[in-house]
Write a protein that binds this ligand. Structure first.
Ligand code: PMP
Length: 429
């Protein structure tokens, strides 16, 4: 595989960008080697600057649920941008977007658009603290909620991949206000609330964890957290930046039948443009400036081109059967990979939710963060590179969920499973 142009670009980038990238996991630090540079993308495929083609299971880390460069999304963007890129006054598309989100996710009675998932989660905990008058936040080991100070405590995603779950630069006085729990442990949550319940402003969770590989909630677990929060006057915040509009049209809260007080979104609602959102109960959101005193603002928030891309994507995923088909493709992929691993005699396990999956080089089940950590990352790294050489791009870390889009059809999945047969045989040795 020729990587000449990517190598040149990475050499130039490494002189000027920390690690050669603008977001850490892209740098291939944990899997080794150098990243490839994208030239373009279409449907389920990424094409690099050296002309190599990859079946893409990262999908820009989640937004590209309808496939890359979908013509309807590109048309909406092209039409909208001709009228100007940013106005700094309200525009109609922001209203349409707010109407769409609040209709699809009924727990969101009001919503505020921002520019990233990080902004959404930062703002949501500010609302939780402002509305309750309490300071403590509860989060889960291995969950990632963006790079806000309060969240870089036992975090997942790139921080975990790089072994930096507690980042320098976060004042201890602030980090001390973040309490952490093991995901899926009922008793630990009960005990924490028994001790600190009256001080907890909010509990934030990835309802399906996608930043510590992929871990599904145990039966009744999210309900247990809902009850604890209600009982102790803490707000339940679902971080649906990854799961929103993916694991069901209405996100994990629809799939598992839980009503959070606040929710955060990103990725899919921007259709590939930089977008985030937070929303929830009207009495809480009404406390956000300028209708209330909790301050949060953004020069480019509600950007018309970004709204157009997001709205076009939301339209595509509201087609009847969209999420059922996504779920079936996810199963087909994971079943195929498990069968290929079995044939090769490699210990391997997958976890799945519609449109997202986890790959583990160990036997199942995987229900706790500690189980995820026990995956053989050396094997994963070799598998990653063997797949890459065969034109399949998996997330370049053993601690990230993979994503399937509606553009991943039988042909792409068969291609992937065939590549995996060879890759598993290589990692067995
Ligand atoms: N929350 C979750 C659950 C995420 O997966 C991410 C990013 N992967 C974020 C928040 C942060 O979003 P962003 O990278 O857009 O700031």
């Amino acid at each position: 595989m020729n990587n000449e142009h990517s190598h040149d670009l990475f050499t130039r980038a490494s002189r000027l960008l920390p690690g050669g990238v603008n977001s850490p996991v892209r740098a291939f630090k944990s899997v080794g080697g150098e990243p490839f540079f994208a030239r373009r993308a279409e449907g389920a495929y990424l094409y690099d600057v050296d002309g190599n083609r990859y079946v893409d299971y990262v999908g820009s880390w989640g937004p590209m649920i309808a496939g890359h460069a979908h013509p309807q999304v590109l048309d909406a963007v092209a039409r909208t941008m001709r009228d100007g890129l940013s106005f700094g006054v309200p525009n109609a598309l922001e209203v349409t977007m707010a109407e769409a989100i609040t209709r699809i996710v009924p727990s969101c009675e009001m919503v505020r658009m921002v520019n990233s998932g990080t902004e959404a989660t930062l703002s949501a905990i500010r609302v939780a603290r402002g509305a309750t008058g309490r300071n403590r936040i509860v989060k889960f080991e291995g969950c990632y909620h963006g790079h806000g100070d309060s969240f870089l405590v036992k975090a997942g995603s790139g921080v975990m991949t790089l072994g930096l779950p507690n980042s320098p630069g976060v004042p201890a006085a602030l980090a001390d206000l973040t309490l952490t729990l093991p995901y899926n442990d009922f008793d630990a949550a009960t005990a924490l609330f028994a001790e600190f319940g009256a001080e907890v402003a909010g509990l934030i969770i990835e309802p399906v964890v996608g930043n510590a590989n992929c871990i599904l909630p145990r039966e009744g677990y999210l309900q247990h957290l809902r009850e604890l929060c209600t009982q102790h006057g803490a707000l339940l915040i679902f971080d649906e930046v990854m799961t929103g509009f993916r694991v069901a049209l209405g996100g994990a809260q629809q799939r598992y039948g839980i009503t959070p007080d606040l929710s955060t979104f990103g990725k899919i609602i921007g259709g590939g443009m930089p977008v985030g959102a937070y929303g929830g109960r009207r009495d809480l959101m009404a406390q956000v400036a300028p209708s209330g005193p909790i301050y949060q603002a953004g020069t480019l928030s509600g950007n018309p081109v970004a709204m157009a891309a997001g709205l076009a994507t939301l339209e595509l995923i509201q087609e009847p059967g969209f999420h059922d088909a996504l779920e079936q493709s996810t199963h087909a992929l994971c079943d195929g990979l498990e069968a290929a691993a079995r044939e090769a005699g490699v210990a391997f396990h997958t976890t799945r939710a519609p449109g997202m999956f986890g790959l583990y080089f160990r036997e199942g089940p995987v229900e706790m963060f500690a189980d995820a950590l026990a995956s053989d990352t050396g094997r994963f790294n070799r598998f990653f590179h063997a797949m890459l050489e065969r034109g399949v791009y998996l997330a370049p870390s053993a601690f990230e969920a993979g994503f399937v889009s509606s553009a991943h059809g039988a042909a792409e999945i068969d291609y992937t499973v065939n590549a995996a047969r060879e890759a598993f045989a290589m990692v067995r040795e």
